[in-house]
Design a protein around this ligand. Structure first.
Ligand code: BES
Ligand code: MN
Ligand code: ZN
Length: 505
């Protein structure tokens, strides 16, 4: 799908379909929608009056123009209540519209930005949200299917604007939207890819391609180097599979005059069977997606580089499978992580925190600060918050506030959970420094407390994305399957923390 900002009037554009928006509870059409309504002999306002079109969020009406407009179709997309209007609604309404237009065999569509009344939303942000919503809503993972005859895509979406002086803002928004949606789609593709394809080696290959294309330095540590680094926890998990583990490090230097480096750490478990503590069938099926955190940080650092943000970022992805087998880790085994701490493995299915222990320790040794880790870490977090929220944990309130704010502003929901000292005893082991499971209650919290043992006093935020990494249903800009959750928050955070070009913050 291509995007173009063009001067003109929406009701005069020659294309397959024009998209107009409607808030609920209004019967007065304004601007482009009013002009189109006049062309159609007030058909739209009539349908609103009769109650057929309500403008509820995600409602869509496709109207055939029968030659009364240059466009063949008009889509009226509901935006919900005006008071609740924000960029999320723009993304979701566009995503629904684009999916409907695909079914109606549209190649070229046009719309206008909706800023929700003067000054509510910036035109650049609206254009970005329209672009993101269109690309994310149209997303399909069909790599392994034979091409279907009627599989159509919108080729061109026009953003029509009467005010010529606005076009540059729209172009800037389109460009940002394309980069960010492209990164989310990369993460979705990686997560949807079956585990027999998305091996640790394949993850490393993708990281290398992203690095080469965007001027990022990449280093992949092999098993021998992990041994030298004494990454006993990661190696312990990796010993049950014949797939070689990879420790992927991506380095983006966007601000060479600055020594500080922001760290992204992502869990890259390419398939989690649970190991000897084998999962039941019900819980195993989505576990090809247990590398979602890793996929998000690879995609995010790529987008940060494409946006040329003035910041330094290192992304670290420990990648392995967790399988049972003759060499596999056993419950009761004791491992030593690279920071010297010993871990009693009471449950081989609590493997995410083991591989992250070595990744976080490595980041601390490199002096990377602050650290943000993303992981599909605990079923408990999914149970606690459902699939619309990721849990966040921190040893630094100011940092988590920035992360939560970044999430809110880009449409990813984050909810802070506590990290209380009094639960630390749940992770105490009789025979080692710590054990890898604190039991059932507060499972997301004890997992986070475990990770905290490996960040020393580096400011750190842990994001447990076990809830939102996948979705069961297609709705708005989410499409059934992988969501690419986390990418947008990381890119927004990097942008917020970056130095603005040509000077200070
Ligand atoms: N990858 C899983 C967590 C998970 C569950 C992610 C569901 C996404 C959806 C993780 O490795 C795991 O198995 N965690 C265990 C921890 C327990 C054994 C302490 C869990 O949550 O059951
Ligand atoms: Mn597990
Ligand atoms: Zn896992």
């Amino acid at each position: 799908m291509k995007f173009e900002a063009r001067a003109g009037n929406l009701n005069e554009v020659k294309c397959d379909a024009v998209i107009v928006n409607l808030f609920s509870g209004t019967d007065k059409l304004a601007g482009a929608a009013a002009a189109i309504d006049r062309n159609l002999g007030r058909l739209i306002s009539g349908l609103i009056k009769s109650g057929e079109i309500k403008g509820r969020l995600l409602d869509l009406h496709v109207i055939h123009t029968l030659g009364k407009l240059p466009a063949r179709l008009v889509v009226v997309a509901g935006l919900g209540k005006k008071e609740e209007f924000n960029l999320d609604k723009v993304r979701d309404a566009m995503a629904e519209s684009v999916r409907a237009l695909k079914k109606h065999n549209c190649k070229v569509a046009a719309t206008v930005i909706q800023s929700g009344g003067t000054g509510r939303l910036l035109p650049v942000d609206c254009a970005q949200a329209i672009t993101e919503g269109s690309l994310l809503g149209a997303y399909q993972y069909n790599k392994h299917k034979k091409k279907e005859e009627d599989e159509r895509d919108i080729e061109l979406l026009l953003l029509i604007e009467q005010d010529m002086s606005m076009l540059n803002h729209l172009k800037e928004g389109i460009e940002k939207g394309r980069i960010i949606a492209g990164a989310v789609i990369l993460a979705r593709d990686m997560v949807n890819e079956p585990a027999n394809h998305m091996t640790p080696a394949h993850m490393a290959k993708i990281a290398e391609e992203i690095a080469a294309a965007n001027g990022i330095k990449v280093t992949v540590l092999e098993r021998g180097q992990m041994e030298k680094e004494k990454m006993g926890a990661l190696l312990g998990v990796a010993q049950g599979t014949s797939q070689p583990p990879k420790f992927i490090v991506l380095d983006y230097r966007g601000d060479t005059s600055n020594k500080d480096t922001l760290g992204f750490v992502g869990k890259g478990l390419t398939f989690d069977s649970g190991g000897i503590s084998l999962k039941s069938q019900e819980f195993m099926s989505d576990m090809k997606g247990d590398m979602s955190g890793g996929a998000a940080v690879i995609a995010a650092i790529g987008a940060v580089a494409r946006l040329k943000l003035k910041i330094n970022i290192t992304a670290i992805i420990p990648a392995t499978e967790n399988l049972p087998g003759g060499r596999a880790l056993k419950p009761g085994d004791v491992l030593k992580a690279s920071n010297g701490k010993t871990i009693e493995v009471v449950n081989t299915d609590a493997e995410g925190r083991l591989i992250l222990a070595d990744a976080l320790s490595y980041a601390v040794r490199q002096g990377i600060s602050p650290l943000i880790d993303l992981a599909t870490l605990t079923g408990a977090c999914h149970v606690a918050l459902g699939d619309a929220y990721a849990g966040v944990f921190t040893n630094n309130q100011a940092l988590v506030d920035k992360v939560v704010k970044a999430g809110n502003e880009c449409g990813e929901n984050l909810w802070q959970l506590p990290l209380p000292d009094e639960y630390k005893e749940l992770n105490k082991s009789d025979i080692a420094d710590i054990k890898n499971s604190g039991g059932r209650y507060g499972g997301a919290i004890t997992a986070a407390l475990f990770l905290q043992e490996f960040v020393s006093d580096t400011p750190w935020v842990h994001m447990d994305i076990a809830g939102p990494f996948m979705t069961e249903k297609t709705r708005g800009s989410l499409v059934k399957g992988a969501t690419g959750f986390g990418v947008r928050t990381l890119v927004k955070l990097a942008s917020d923390l970056s130095r603005k070009k040509g000077g200070n913050k």
